[in-house]
Design a protein around this ligand. Structure first.
Ligand code: MCF
Ligand code: FE
Length: 406
């Protein structure tokens, strides 16, 4: 059993003062430092320095580790140009992927206070590293393919990867399902894979309405996607409509990524379906996809996306970008909203006992130090200064064990 304490602890969306946390691999009790000291006189308390904050370990909901070899290979600035560059370079990027590349990507997340992340896996090449990392991983096996001739092969390949990942399941590695997007997944695959998700109660995620050209293709069968589909897939018709695609998720709490081009009717469906939106602000900027209207989102979470469309996997960098992007929202309120998006909102999305500090939850923590001249200790100010003044976590704990951050 261990006890840690700090000036501030972020519990259930609020900052509590002068509390201590008692834990083994799970959180046992949270109470005033004086009370806990008296109750557990024989246990040494680790007191973090003044102006420190203990957060629940942060959650990066969406990344693609298999693309971690990319630094400057893929073309940024326009979604379709990026996609062409993915087609051209995907094989070489995967060939250049080593375990070291994957682990340094994971370590970058850990240094920023992340203790749980969602990994979209296209090929299964990152499965072993995701299994071996001490961080918790939601391992989203991706299904992708719109051509009818390929559907059976792709479905079988998906099922094999899913089965392999299910055998590795434990309380740090959660097999799950990623449906690539409405434009790239054939309705047969969509239906079959969602049936598996329902039957096995697996989490589901999907890229959704990421770029203006995606919307134009799905709605009007025109635009840059039309040229691409005619060239590569010999077709001029999308495989799904926006409505059909979205309606197939009815009753499944889904994590929809991007949604920069969603309109009210799609936000309404997502919100009423108890689903979550994963906001990837830097990826959206780099692929020139527009900006998510976060005011429309009931359950907002945050993701870095992969190094395929970003320049770091630090969730602190992502929080900073989001803070600077949403200039229409009051700065201090936005900061707290964003801190919630990497903690408690992710708890709601995942059904796993992470993202909050409360009894029975996993003892996953990220500890940060704020500047010692901090004057305003209101919740919104603490959130703001965490985002703008912290560039790395001082310590992280997962399942009660402190991890060394190199
Ligand atoms: O989220 C970004 C941009 N949107 C879509 N896909 C990806 C992203 N980063 C990597 N990808 C992967 C995707 O999982 O790119 C591949 C897929 O396997 C090809 S996209 C048709
Ligand atoms: Fe993505």
């Amino acid at each position: 059993m261990k006890i840690i304490s700090a000036k501030y602890i972020f519990c259930n969306g609020k900052y509590e003062k002068d509390k201590a946390i008692v834990f083994n691999d799970k959180i046992l009790e949270i109470g005033d430092i004086d009370y806990i000291t008296k109750k557990y006189p024989d246990t040494n308390i680790t007191k973090y320095e003044d102006n420190s904050i203990i957060y629940p370990g942060f959650i990066n909901m969406h990344t693609h580790l298999e693309f971690s070899a990319n630094r400057a290979t893929l073309k940024f600035g326009n979604f379709i140009d990026w996609l062409y560059s993915v087609f051209e370079n995907r094989d070489s990027l995967v060939q250049n992927l080593t375990n070291d590349t994957i682990n340094s990507a994971i370590n970058e997340m850990a240094r920023s206070g992340v203790t749980t992340f969602g990994a979209i896996s296209s090929f299964g090449a990152d499965m072993q590293e995701c299994k071996e990392t001490p961080l918790r991983v939601i391992y989203f096996n991706e299904v992708i393919g719109s051509s009818p001739a390929m559907v059976d092969t792709l479905f079988n390949d998906f099922k094999m990867r899913l089965e392999e990942s299910k055998e590795l399941q434990d309380d740090r590695f959660y097999p799950a399902i990623a449906i690539h997007s409405p434009y790239a997944v054939h309705p047969f695959l969509l239906r079959e894979v969602l049936n598996i998700a329902r039957k096995d109660k697996l989490l589901v995620t999907a890229h959704f309405l990421e770029s203006p050209s995606e919307r134009e293709w799905l709605e009007n069968h025109s635009g840059e996607f039309k040229t691409l589909f005619e060239k590569f897939f010999n077709t001029s018709t999308p495989v799904n409509t926006i409505d059909e695609f979205l309606n197939s998720f009815k009753g499944i709490k889904t994590l929809f990524t991007h949604c920069t081009q969603a309109k009210d009717k799609e936000f309404d469906f997502i919100n009423e379906n108890n689903s979550t939106i994963i906001h990837c602000p830097r990826s959206n900027r780099l692929l020139n996809c527009g900006r998510l209207d976060i005011n429309k989102v009931k359950n907002l979470t945050l993701g870095s996306d992969g190094l395929s469309s970003n320049f770091s996997l630090s969730i602190l960098d992502e929080l900073k970008a989001a803070l600077f992007m949403h200039t229409d929202i009051d700065l201090n309120n936005l900061a707290l909203k964003l801190i919630n998006s990497v903690t408690i909102n992710a708890t709601n999305a995942l059904n796993i006992k992470v993202g909050d500090i409360k009894e029975g939850f996993n003892a996953d923590f990220a500890i940060f130090t704020l500047p010692n001249d901090l004057k305003d200790s209101s919740d919104t100010s603490l959130a703001l200064h965490t985002i703008i003044n912290c560039n790395q976590a001082d310590n992280i704990y997962i399942a009660g064990q402190e991890l060394s951050l190199d």
